[in-house]
Ligand binder design. Structure first.
Ligand SMILES: Nc1nc2c(ncn2[C@@H]2O[C@H](COP(=O)(O)OP(=O)(O)OP(=O)(O)O)[C@@H](O)[C@H]2O)c(=O)[nH]1
Length: 315
């Protein structure tokens, strides 16, 4: 229904303005509205909170005629960003493309992540009026995603890759090694007589041993090597750029790191040994499982030979 008198028009405008203000203030997003000249038309409380802007500071940024330009605010935002150049370039790009809508995740130096959503604003006559920016602090969601990724891929006890993640990562290394005809070795490792460790010293002591074994191994392996917990007390190490002799030497060092020093848990001193089987990439291997099968065979022979031993492939 059209308003029929100037009084009604004013009432309608007042209503629209109040409604808009109420919606802005109730929004979970920080909102900033900038007109076609780059002047700030409005912002809400959440915007100031998200960008940690003091309203007093904003007041001081105003020109003599009371206008506040978007440029005056930019410095405040840029100083909080991990990558200010990229942010600024994209903002300028969006101002140059009035009809472009954008969603971007922005990393802040304080560790927060803010999602920036922006839409151009046009009047009913199609005239460009400016741009609206929405900012949402998505840090809790990003932290939850990271925690889920971590628990889906890593063993909580030792912090090492779980079987699935190890196999996926090992397969990628395998494909790379094949493509570039580079050496690759796989070591399967299994703690000897681990059941008696649990039975004699308790499950917590067993857990402690598993944890410390991985710490010791992490100190020996290179950053390019992959270590994974394949099963209960079974582990695998993938060694890029390694041939049989080098890999067997690494496997021996891994075994010695366990056997040469007891595990001190509470008042207990627990001695353990490890058996290992080593396999290297062969010309007709199709998948990393082919290597794993041979490394497992070698591990089985190491166990059968009395444990605390490293075996290579049968030639
Ligand atoms: N404490 C603890 N024990 C575990 C965990 N995962 C598996 N185990 C134990 O590891 C033991 C593995 O035992 P077995 O497979 O019989 O092997 P083993 O006693 O090590 O003997 P060999 O491998 O033949 O030398 C079992 O007692 C499992 O309960 C774990 O996360 N924590």
């Amino acid at each position: 229904m059209q308003p029929s008198s100037p009084g009604e028009t004013k009432a309608q405008t007042d209503f629209d303005r109040s409604l808009l203000k109420a919606i802005q203030e109730a929004s979970p997003d920080g909102i900033l509205v900038v007109d076609a000249r780059g002047h700030i038309v409005s912002y809400n409380r959440r915007f100031l909170e998200t960008w940690r802007i003091d309203p007093e500071y904003l007041h001081l940024q105003k020109d003599a005629d009371g206008t506040l330009t978007e440029r005056a605010l930019m410095g405040q935002a840029l100083s909080q960003l991990r990558d200010p150049e990229v942010f600024l370039a994209r903002v300028q790009e969006l101002y140059a493309s009035p009809d472009e809508e954008d969603y971007t995740e922005v990393a802040l130096v304080d560790g927060r992540v803010v999602e920036r959503h922006s839409v151009g604003l046009r009047g009913e006559d199609g005239l460009y009026l400016g741009r609206v920016w929405f900012f949402r602090d998505i840090t809790p969601r990003k932290q939850l995603e990271a925690a889920l990724r971590q628990s889906a891929s890593f063993d909580p006890l030792t912090g090492q890759m779980n079987r699935r993640h190890f196999m996926d990562s090992a397969e990628e290394e395998f494909v790379r090694a094949r493509r570039f005809a580079q050496p690759l070795a796989l070591v399967m490792l299994d703690i000897d007589h681990f059941k008696p460790v649990n039975d004699q010293f308790g499950h917590a002591a067993g857990d402690f041993v598993l944890e410390v074994v991985c710490q010791r191994w992490s100190g020996i392996l290179r950053s390019v090597d992959l270590l994974g917990r394949i099963g209960g007390e079974e582990f695998a190490a993938l060694l890029p750029q390694s041939r049989a002799r080098e890999a067997e030497a690494v496997a021996r060092r891994l075994c010695e790191a366990v056997s040469e020093q007891p595990f001190e848990f509470e008042a207990l001193s627990i001695r353990c040994t490890v058996s290992a089987g080593v396999a290297v990439l062969a010309a007709d291997d199709r998948r990393v499982q082919d290597m794993m099968r041979r490394a497992d065979d070698a591990l089985y022979r190491a166990k059968a030979a009395g444990r605390n031993a490293v075996m290579g492939e049968k030639i």
